[in-house]
Design a protein around this ligand. Sequence first.
Ligand code: C5P
Length: 205
Amino acid sequence: MIIAVDGPVAAGKGTLARRIAAHYGLAYLDTGALYRAVGLKILREGGNPSDPAVALAAAQRVEEIALTDPALRDEATGEAASIVAANTDVRAALLRYQRTFAKRPEGAVLDGRDIGTVVCPDADVKLYVTASAEVRAERRFAELKGKGVETTYAAVLADLLARDARDMGRGAAPLKKAPDAHLLDTSKLDIEAAFKAACHIIDTA
Ligand code: C5P
């Protein structure tokens, strides 16, 4: 079984996808971490993520960054990831890795932006997880504060809106709900309620 989980930044899709994978005994891939790894590699080497040649070279050596590296979660890394993700050659280089992962014998859950539309268009179940920009910014702000990062709600909201615009507006595999994806709006749901709603969708699909 392949489950595709897509949605914008800070909608709760990562936490949800991880729990779904554990519950159904499926392998889990956070595809955003792949784009973040490309971004981090470029930042560490002092390169420019907007330079297509630099971005492609980093994507071809993405395995040199551990997908568990804590720096992957930094805001600067997320920003660089969002820039390299608009590059078609980078996307093509990462596509094979993702498709191979999806074919694991035990089945897989992949979360990202284009899993249901591009990476696994034949997934058994597709979820599009979203929430209002304000709710997502509140969650991200609380998370950053918890980590001791100095920022403001307004700055977090502005960053999130910019990231949404870039992810949804790019020509290459833009973030959008697949026509056959189930919409899961978590604006008014905590993680427990969102998980129950997701299981109901999966069990009745
Ligand atoms: O989900 P996360 O915030 O970790 O993703 C970082 C960036 O990687 C996103 O802003 C998006 O531009 C890109 N991404 C993508 N396609 C995916 C997963 C992530 O374009 N499947």
